[in-house]
Structures are given as structure tokens and as C-alpha cells.
Design a protein around this ligand. Structure first.
Ligand code: NDP
Length: 396
């Protein structure tokens, strides 16, 4: 008997709600978001009165607490925006609920994300005897669980970790982002950053790039960007000498991004337009395609994985663990594209790991701190099969 409350009725929330509703470990399911009609549409598609819905402003702790006190969730799955992480964690503490999210906290007025804000909740979650699970999407999420699996089964020491994220899908639009445009553009336009020999190295945006080969896809230009799981992974695996995150971008996408930045549309500070205060990037989000709507015409695959070099039994070895996800397949199953699918499936699975008592503990945890085995045993059957390659050329 586990009561699950999902917050955020976007592309990811749609997948999470479907997967949680289909899992009998959850006795009661509610989807709450800023716009209730979006929750109702998701619930109606699932049918059978399985999913209750509610309106909530997740920036407001008092409003969240009122909802938590009436629905009494055991676990709250936060798939709203990273801006809401701390208010939802505050409400969980106040009402005695466990917590899971897929993206680390980011202040609205600063395009900057790091775990320090959420790690600062460690003592309070510990004292309350509650579990907070951070970053349980695909990346962060499965990428860190892949790393934990590699460390548990295949390496005595991990030395080099390269997380590679390729979206080789085509949605037929000149420019669109695969998840929330505001969060996505803030993420990919910031400076590059990677970890080497105990230090963080900063680069210009997209400065380091090279072609990488992705299984079943082929060669794609890949760029080093900063990604949040690097921060927890180098802390939890101190043998790592270098950790980087690579993401593929097409030339057309990068050109649009450059123009957006050059003309000031990526600005996150408010400006006055016709006497009204607007934030350019939020206005841009309003005119860009909704990522949820891309699914119908999306073809091709994503391929995300970890390329690892390290030592096992005194010998150097390489290892590549990855999942490929097909946009059309994801759409057929859930009505969303592969990026929402690859994020939503792990979030729902992480919540079920908690519900089954397999991932428990008092405090704040990154996903690599839990046992990867039961999670990965279910990931394939839930729609994200994964593969391993040993002692191959990992190119990095
Ligand atoms: P969307 O923008 O599609 O959905 C976000 C939802 O949250 C919307 O329904 C929105 O409401 C709701 N929301 C926003 N603010 C509030 C608020 N104050 N109170 C209540 N609800 C609110 O985003 P996605 O579904 O694409 O992404 C969801 C999350 O998943 C993001 O945090 C994103 O960073 C993360 N993510 C993680 C990935 C991973 O692999 N770890 C990959 C991709 C995404 P409304 O509909 O009214 O706007």
C-alpha cells in the first residue's frame, strides 16, 4: 500500500503517471499541477478513475502542505520544474512525506544548478526519518545507476567516466527543445565544465567536441557540456580521475541557439515590454513548440550511456553500458517522445523501488547510493532495455 503524488503534468509527468498508475504497488495515485485541466487529460487517458487530480502552485509551501495533508502521500514525485525542488522538499518535511525528483534545484534568477542546495537538507530528512531521492530520470538518473552497476560488478576502480547522450531523432521542426524549453536552453547555453584530477575545468560553451559513434545510429558530433550527475558521481566514486558529459547537437540546432542568445531571447532577467514585465526566455518558451507535442512526428532513436575505463583484477578494461530508445515506440506506448519517456520511466521505477522497500534510508540520496541491481532488473521490462559492451574502443 503506497500512496503516490506526482507533481507536474508535462511530458515527463504524463509518462510517470501512466507507469505509476499501471503498477499495483501503488494503491492510490494523484497527479497535481499548476493547470488542472492538463492533469485531467492525463487521468482521462488512463481511465478507470485510477488517477485523482488537483491544482497546486508548487512554489507555495502552504498550498503544497494543504494538498499533502488531504491526500496523505507516502512519496511525492516531483516532475515540475527544478525551481520547485526546495519548496516541495520543505512541504515533504513539514508533512512527513518521502521525495523523489529528476533535476537538481536551480534558482529562477540565476542559470546555475548544483546539488549544494538540496544536499543541505540531509540532516533534516535524516532527523525526520524520511528518504529524498535526487536525480532519478535518465541523465541524471540511469546514467548514475549504470555507473553504480559498473562499479559493483565490473571494476575495482573507475578512472575515466564519459557519459554520452545522443538524440538522433528528427521531429521535422526547424527548432524545438525536447524538454521544457526554458530549462533546456539555460542548460545547454552555459559554459562547459568537466572534472579532471580533483579539479573542475571550465570551457567556453561547446568548445570541446568530437564525433562519437553511437550503437545503431552511427557518428554524431558530440559536445562536452556540464551536467549535474558529474557532481555527485565524482564525490561518490573518488577513484575517478576524469568525468565528462557529452551531448550531440545538430548544426541547425546550434545555429538557432546562437541566434537566440545573440538577440537576447535567452535572457533570464526581466525586461519591460509595453509597460509589462516579461522574462525573454519565458516569452520564448510560450512561442516554441511544446515538447509534449513533438511525439507524433518524431522518428529515430536516442542513445544514452556510460563509457568507462578503469581497473579490474589489476588489468585495465573498458566498458560501455547504454540504452537506445525509439521515439515512435515511446509515442505508441505513452503518447510522448523518447526524451519524456526515458525520463519518466526511471522516475516511476525509482518511486516503486522506494515503495517496495528496496531503496530506503533516512536522508538525502543520489541514485548511485542505492543498489543498482533491482532497478536495472526492471528497467528493460519497463521499456528501456540496456546493453553492455566489454573491452571495446570507447573513443574517449
Ligand atoms: P514541462 O514544462 O513539459 O512540464 C512541467 C510541468 O510542471 C508543467 O505541467 C507545469 O505546469 C508544471 N509546473 C511548473 N511550475 C509549476 C508550479 N509552480 N506549480 C505546479 N506545477 C508547475 O517539463 P518536462 O515534463 O519536459 O520536464 C519536467 C522535469 O523533468 C523538469 O524538471 C526537467 O528538468 C526534468 N527532466 C529531467 C531529465 C532527466 O533525464 N533527468 C530529462 C528531461 C527533463 P503548466 O502546465 O501549467 O505549465
Amino acid at each position: 500500500m503506497c500512496r503516490a503524488l506526482i507533481i507536474g503534468a508535462g511530458g515527463v509527468g504524463t509518462v510517470v503517471t501512466q507507469k505509476i498508475a499501471a503498477n499495483p504497488v501503488f494503491s492510490d495515485v494523484m497527479l497535481a499541477s499548476r493547470t488542472k485541466s492538463k492533469c485531467d487529460a492525463v487521468a482521462a487517458a488512463i481511465g478507470g478513475n485510477r488517477v485523482k487530480t488537483a491544482q497546486v502552485d508548487a512554489d507555495n509551501v502552504a498550498e503544497l502542505c494543504e494538498l499533502f495533508r488531504s491526500f496523505k502521500p507516502d512519496i511525492v514525485v516531483n516532475v515540475a520544474l527544478p525551481y520547485q525542488d526546495l519548496t516541495i522538499m520543505d512541504a515533504c518535511l513539514e508533512c512527513g512525506c518521502n521525495y523523489l525528483d529528476t533535476a537538481n534545484y536551480e534558482p529562477k534568477d540565476e542559470a546555475h544548478f548544483e546539488y549544494s542546495w538540496q544536499w543541505a537538507y540531509q540532516d533534516r530528512f535524516k532527523a525526520a526519518g524520511l528518504t529524498a531521492i535526487l536525480g532519478c530520470g535518465f541523465d541524471p538518473g540511469v546514467t548514475a545507476i549504470f555507473t553504480a552497476y559498473a562499479a559493483k560488478h565490473h571494476f575495482d576502480e573507475i578512472h575515466y567516466l564519459d557519459i554520452v547522450d545522443c538524440n538522433a531523432g528528427n521531429h521535422g521542426m526547424a527548432f524545438a527543445t525536447n524538454f521544457n524549453p526554458e530549462i533546456n536552453i539555460r542548460e545547454v547555453t552555459q559554459k562547459g565544465r568537466y572534472y579532471e584530477n580533483g579539479e573542475w575545468v571550465t570551457t567556453e560553451p561547446h568548445e570541446i567536441h568530437q564525433p562519437l559513434n553511437y550503437p545503431g545510429i552511427g557518428e554524431r558530433e558530440s559536445y562536452v557540456i556540464y551536467h549535474e550527475e558529474l557532481e555527485s558521481l565524482v564525490k561518490n566514486y573518488p577513484t575517478i580521475k576524469r568525468a565528462r558529459f557529452w551531448m550531440t547537437f545538430g548544426q541547425e540546432y546550434l545555429t538557432h541557439l546562437r541566434v537566440i542568445q545573440n538577440i537576447g531571447m535567452a535572457r533570464i532577467d526581466p525586461i519591460i515590454y509595453n509597460g509589462v514585465e516579461i522574462v525573454p526566455i519565458q516569452f520564448l518558451k510560450a512561442v516554441l513548440p511544446d515538447p509534449k507535442s513533438l511525439g507524433a512526428n518524431y522518428h529515430g532513436q536516442t542513445s544514452i550511456g556510460c563509457r568507462i575505463r578503469g581497473i579490474k583484477d589489476g588489468k585495465e578494461r573498458t566498458y560501455y553500458i547504454y540504452n537506445n530508445c525509439d521515439h515512435e515506440q515511446a509515442y505508441k506506448e505513452t503518447g510522448t517522445q523518447a526524451v519524456s519517456f526515458t525520463t519518466g520511466v526511471p522516475a516511476a521505477l525509482g518511486a516503486s523501488m522506494w515503495a517496495k522497500g528496496l531503496w530506503r534510508g533516512a536522508g538525502v540520496f543520489n541514485v548511485e547510493e542505492f543498489d543498482p541491481d533491482p532497478f536495472l532488473a526492471e528497467l528493460g521490462p519497463q521499456g528501456l532495455p540496456w546493453h553492455e559492451l566489454f573491452d571495446v574502443d570507447i573513443e574517449v
